[in-house]
Design a protein. Structure first.
Length: 87
C-alpha cells in the first residue's frame, strides 16, 4: 500500500483572504518577521496496489477534477510509502 499526498494552493495571483487573516493574527500575537501567509489544502490518499506511472497520471486527473479548481488553484502530487508521513 502506498500513500499519495496532493497539496493544493491558490495560484499566486489569486487573493488569499484567509492567509491575510492569519498573517494579521500572527502580527497581533507578537510573531514578528513573517511577511506573508498563504493557506492551502492537503489530501492524503491511501492507494491499493503498486504506484505505476499510469496510476500517478490517474491521480493527477483526480486532483484536477475533484480536489483542486485548476482555474484558481495549483496542485502537486507527491507519492510516498504508507509507512511514513509524506511531506
Amino acid at each position: 500500500m502506498a500513500r499519495v499526498v496532493v497539496e493544493v494552493m491558490l495560484k499566486p495571483e489569486i487573493l488569499d483572504p484567509q492567509g491575510k487573516a492569519v498573517q494579521g493574527a500572527l502580527s497581533r500575537l507578537g510573531f514578528a518577521g513573517i511577511s506573508g501567509v498563504r493557506q492551502g489544502k492537503r489530501f492524503e490518499l491511501e492507494i491499493d496496489g503498486e504506484l505505476t506511472p499510469e496510476r500517478i497520471t490517474q491521480l493527477h486527473d483526480v486532483a484536477a477534477t475533484l480536489l483542486a479548481n485548476p482555474v484558481i488553484e495549483d496542485f502537486a502530487v507527491h507519492a510516498g510509502e504508507a509507512s511514513g508521513r509524506a511531506r
